[in-house]
Design a protein around this ligand. Structure first.
Ligand SMILES: *Cc1c(COP(=O)(O)O)cnc(C)c1O
Length: 362
């Protein structure tokens, strides 16, 4: 019998490349939608005291009851909705994919969107169907979406609201039409809700097959890894069976609960970033040859002159600024770059590095 990995690892896994995260070194990091701001010193002191008492010898609370209550309150999740926590929303995507996978089962999402929908779908053995967004403004191509839903009868539909990596917020009415047309589960992924100021949380009671996913990553707690899923208990009760019992560690439970007791700090930071986003959009739009797509998230998608994206990306890197080059993803993202909205000095550094890299192109 063969003992070679290549004879045993599923071919579709061998065909994938691992999710690549570049090493930022000392660069200004504007590639991953992180919040650049720290905490007030008193808050750090208070948190350290809490951490000093954390019972690390004990397994975490498997239900994370107090944290769930805090999140429910903080995110205005209706009492009628059930709540499930994940080690980042990535883990929740994985749990849903595992629960819904089966022969001929399909996961469907607009394209381009969050790459994990496709990747995790493939890990779980689902067939992925991507439906191109409209080329001019990345809005939903409704005839194509509805035709694909009709044809493939997806078990799972993901809608990133707003969409990563394009930054736009799909039309609420169109999302509702998709929810009504979908035969299986629809996941509205609201990773950027605090920047979008739009949500389907309030719609949870309206549909039997709608769940809303959130994360604390983009508001400034990416290092803690906490995502949440809100929706009908008929779905979440089943998903709970796949959740590993202690998936949310002691430090994360205590730290997120603590952070949300200081919600005002995060609300001010996200408001500040929304202002910075407007300023950065304006500054970039003033540069001729750069197309700026309006964003409802904490990043901005740009299209640069044909064939120049990689040179600009590298030029920025040489000047100590790391953003995301989407050109190699191809399709509608050809010639596109994505920059996370940072702190004022970071955005200024990005703009001057961008201009210098641009000048080098000539
Ligand atoms: C960042 C992001 C996530 C992942 O969030 P984690 O909770 O950090 O795993 C999910 N969905 C979208 C659309 C994102 O951009």
């Amino acid at each position: 019998m063969s003992k070679h990995a290549a004879d045993w690892i599923r071919p579709e896994i061998q065909g994938l490349s691992a999710y690549h995260v570049p090493d930022p070194g000392e660069m200004i990091k504007l590639d991953a939608m992180e919040n650049p701001f720290g905490w007030p010193e008193v808050m750090v002191e208070e948190w350290l005291e809490l951490m000093a008492q954390a019972p690390l010898n004990r397994y975490p609370d498997p239900q994370a009851g107090p944290l769930k209550q805090r999140l429910r309150h903080s995110m205005a999740i209706p009492e009628t909705a059930e709540l499930m926590l994940g080690n980042g929303s990535d883990e929740l995507i994985q749990i849903m994919a595992l629960a819904l996978a089966g022969p001929e089962r399909v996961v469907l999402a607009p394209e381009p969107s969050f790459v994990m929908y496709r990747m995790i779908g493939l890990f779980a053995g689902l067939r992925y169907v991507g439906v191109p967004l409209r080329a001019d403004d990345f809005s939903l191509d409704m005839p194509a979406m509805l035709a694909a839903i009709e044809e493939h009868q997806p078990a799972l539909v993901f809608l990133s609201y707003p969409n990563n990596p394009t930054g736009n917020l799909f039309s609420r009415a169109e999302v509702e039409t998709i929810i009504e047309a979908a035969p299986g589960l629809v996941v509205v992924d609201e990773a950027y809700a605090p920047f979008a100021e739009a949500s389907f949380i309030g719609d949870l009671g309206r549909y039997e097959h709608l769940v809303v996913m959130r994360t604390v990553s983009k508001i400034g707690l990416a290092g803690l890894r906490l995502g949440l899923l809100a929706g009908p208990s008929s779905w979440l009760h089943e998903f709970e069976k796949l959740r590993l019992p202690y998936n949310i560690n002691v430090l994360t439970q205590l730290s997120v609960d603590f952070a949300l007791q200081h919600e005002q700090v995060f609300a001010e930071q996200t408001a500040h970033l929304r202002q910075e986003r407007a300023a950065l959009e304006q500054a970039l739009a003033a540069r001729s040859g750069v197309e700026v797509y309006p964003s409802r998230a904490n990043f901005i998608l740009l299209r640069v002159p044909a064939g120049r994206a990689t040179a600009l990306f590298e030029g920025l890197k040489q000047r100590g600024v790391l953003i995301k080059n989407l050109h190699n993803a191809g399709g509608l993202l050809r010639d596109c770059l994505r920059v996370t909205v940072g702190a004022p000095q970071e955005n200024a550094a990005f703009l001057s590095a961008f201009d210098a890299a641009w000048a080098d192109l000539a």
